[in-house]
Write a protein that binds this ligand. Structure first.
Ligand code: BG6
Length: 489
C-alpha cells in the first residue's frame, strides 16, 4: 500500500490574492496541515502576492491570525506553526501594471524547482495576472491554479480559458473544483471500481433514479456582491453538482489517469439531454429564501440581507436531468442545492428499483427498494438501506435498516480538507481531480439555456421560508414522477 504521506519535491508556490478570504480560510490552513505532517520539504517556499502594501512580517502576522482563527487549538502545534510561518514571504504586486513583478522575479530566481502560481483572486484578474507572468518570463515550466467561477457563461468561460491558455498549456492548468478533493467524492470511485458488487447493478435496469443534494444553512454571509451576480445554478450546479453527477454516471475509465477519467466525465456532460424552451419550466425550479428561522434563531430573507428590494437571483435550484446513453436512459438524476435550508448536508442517493416479485404476504409490511447513500458532509460515510427481518417471534415482519459505515468511526485519523489534497496534487503534477477546459465548457453549454430562460422570465424565483427545504415546486418536481426527495431525520 502507498504510504499515507507521499513526500513531494521542493516547490515555490506564489499565491495571488494572498490576503483574501480564500487564502485565510482555506489555503494557509491547508498548507500548514501538510507542513505539520511533514509532507512539505524544508526548501519549499510560499510567497504571498496581492495589491495590499505589506512586508514579510505583515504577511506572517496575517497568516498567524488566519491559522489561529481557522485551525482548532487542538490541531495547532506551536513548533510546526513557527516553522511554517518562516517559509512565508510577501511581494506587493499590481496585476495589470509593472509594480512588484521585478521583485517577484528576483525572489523566484532562476531555480529549476517546481513553480506554482495560485490565483485566489476574482476571475477578472486571471487574464492580467497570466499576462504579467508571461511578460516577466516566469511561466516557463510553471503550473497555474485557478478557482471558480470560470466565467459566467460559455462565452465568458472561453475568454477566461483563452487568456490562461495564451500563457500556459492545458497540461499545466489546474482548475480547482474543491468538491473533487472531498474524501467521499473520491470514495465514490473506490466504491464503484474497487468492488465487484455495485458495477453490475449500476445502470438503468437496476437503478430507478439518483438524487444529488447539496444543502447549506448559510445565507449570503459577506459575499453578496459576488453571489447576487451568480446565483445557485452558476455557484453550485455548473461546477460541483455536475462534477458529482459525472462521477456517478461515467463509464469505468480504463485507468485512473487524469485524461482517462476526464474523457469519461466529458462524455457524460455531452450526453445530458438539453433543457431548453418549454422544458425549462417543467424540469427546473428556482427559489429565493424569505425571512424564517434556523437552529440559532430568526434569519432575514435574501433581499433584506442583500439590502435591495428586488433581485431575481436564485438561492435555490432543483433540476431533473436525463442522460441520453445506453446505461442511463430512463433513469433521471434529480439535483438540488440551496442556501438557508434546514441542515448542512451534501449527499448522493442512488435509488435501486423495487424487487420484481414479493414472496411475502401482506402482514410482512411494505418492501422498500434499496437505497445507497453516499454522504459527503457532515459525518462522511456510506449507508446501504436494506430490508431485513424484524428480530423475534411473531411471524415474518420486514424492516428497512441501514448498513452504516461512518468514516469517522472506521478511520481514526483527521479527515484532511479538500484543499490539502488538491494543493499537493498540483505539486505532484496530478491533474485527475481538476477540471479540463472542455469539461468546463460542456458544463456551461448545458447550463446556459436554463440561465437564459430564467433571465428572460418575468416571474420572480419561487419564495421559500428560510429553514425549509426550498419551494413547494421542488417537492412537486419529484411527485410528478411519483418520487420524493430523500431526507433522513
Ligand atoms: C463554494 C460556493 O464553491 O462552495 C459557496 O461558492 C458554497 O457558495 C461552498 O458555500 C460550499 O462548499 P462546502 O465545501 O462548504 O460544501
Amino acid at each position: 500500500m502507498a504510504p499515507r504521506i507521499i513526500a513531494v519535491e521542493p516547490f515555490d508556490l506564489v499565491v495571488f490574492g494572498a490576503t483574501g478570504d480564500l487564502a485565510a480560510r482555506k489555503l494557509i490552513p491547508a498548507l500548514y496541515h501538510r507542513d505539520e505532517v511533514g509532507q512539505v520539504p524544508a526548501e519549499a517556499r510560499i510567497i504571498g502576492a496581492s495589491r495590499r502594501m505589506m512586508d514579510d512580517a505583515g504577511f506572517r502576522a496575517f497568516a498567524r491570525e488566519a491559522l489561529e482563527r481557522h485551525v482548532s487549538a487542538a490541531e495547532r502545534n506551536e513548533a510546526a506553526l513557527e516553522r511554517f510561518i518562516e517559509r512565508l514571504s510577501y511581494v506587493p504586486i499590481s496585476a495589470g501594471a509593472d509594480e512588484g513583478w521585478p521583485q517577484l522575479a528576483a525572489l523566484l530566481g532562476r531555480s529549476e524547482r517546481i513553480r506554482i502560481f495560485y490565483l485566489a483572486t476574482g476571475p477578472e484578474l486571471f487574464g492580467p495576472i497570466c499576462e504579467g507572468i508571461g511578460r516577466h518570463g516566469l511561466a516557463q515550466n510553471a503550473r497555474i491554479v485557478v478557482e471558480k467561477p470560470i466565467g459566467k457563461s460559455l462565452a465568458s468561460a472561453r475568454t477566461v480559458n483563452d487568456a490562461i491558455g495564451a500563457v500556459f498549456p492545458e497540461d499545466r492548468i489546474y482548475r480547482i473544483d474543491h468538491y473533487l478533493g472531498k474524501e467521499t467524492v473520491q470514495n465514490l470511485m473506490a466504491l464503484r471500481f474497487a468492488n465487484a458488487l455495485f458495477e453490475p447493478l449500476w445502470n438503468a435496469s437496476h437503478i430507478d433514479h439518483v438524487q444529488i443534494t447539496v444543502a447549506e444553512t448559510l445565507g449570503l454571509e459577506t459575499r453578496a456582491g459576488y453571489y447576487d451576480t451568480a446565483g445557485a445554478l452558476r455557484d453550485m450546479v455548473q461546477n460541483h453538482i455536475l462534477q458529482l453527477l459525472c462521477l456517478v454516471a461515467m463509464e469505468p475509465p480504463t485507468r485512473l489517469s487524469a485524461d482517462a477519467v476526464r474523457d469519461e466525465k466529458l462524455k457524460v456532460l455531452k450526453s445530458l439531454t438539453p433543457i431548453t424552451g418549454d422544458r425549462v419550466a417543467d424540469l427546473t425550479v428556482r427559489g429565493q429564501y424569505r425571512a424564517g428561522a434556523n437552529a440559532s434563531g430568526p434569519v432575514r430573507g435574501y433581499l433584506e440581507e442583500l439590502g435591495r428590494p428586488e433581485s431575481h437571483t436564485e438561492t435555490f435550484a432543483a433540476l431533473r436531468v436525463d442522460i441520453d446513453s445506453w446505461r442511463w436512459a430512463g433513469t433521471p438524476f434529480y439535483l438540488r442545492t440551496g442556501k438557508r435550508l434546514p441542515s448542512r448536508v451534501s449527499e448522493i442517493m442512488v435509488a435501486f428499483r423495487p424487487i420484481p416479485h414479493s414472496v411475502f404476504d401482506r402482514s410482512a409490511g411494505p418492501i422498500a427498494a434499496n437505497r445507497l447513500v453516499i454522504r459527503l458532509q457532515p459525518d462522511e460515510g456510506v449507508k446501504l438501506w436494506l430490508m431485513i427481518k424484524d428480530p423475534g417471534p411473531g411471524g415474518m415482519r420486514l424492516r428497512q435498516v441501514p448498513l452504516d459505515m461512518s468514516f469517522a468511526d472506521v478511520f481514526e485519523t483527521r479527515n484532511p480538507d479538500a484543499y490539502e489534497r488538491l494543493l499537493m496534487d498540483v505539486v505532484r503534477g496530478n491533474q485527475t481531480l481538476f477540471m479540463r477546459r472542455d469539461e468546463v465548457e460542456a458544463a456551461w453549454s448545458f447550463i446556459e439555456p436554463i440561465l437564459d430562460a430564467w433571465a428572460a422570465s418575468p416571474e420572480p424565483p419561487r419564495p421559500y421560508t428560510a429553514g425549509t427545504w426550498g419551494p413547494t415546486s421542488s417537492v412537486a418536481l419529484l411527485e410528478r414522477d411519483r418520487r420524493t426527495w430523500h431526507e433522513e431525520a
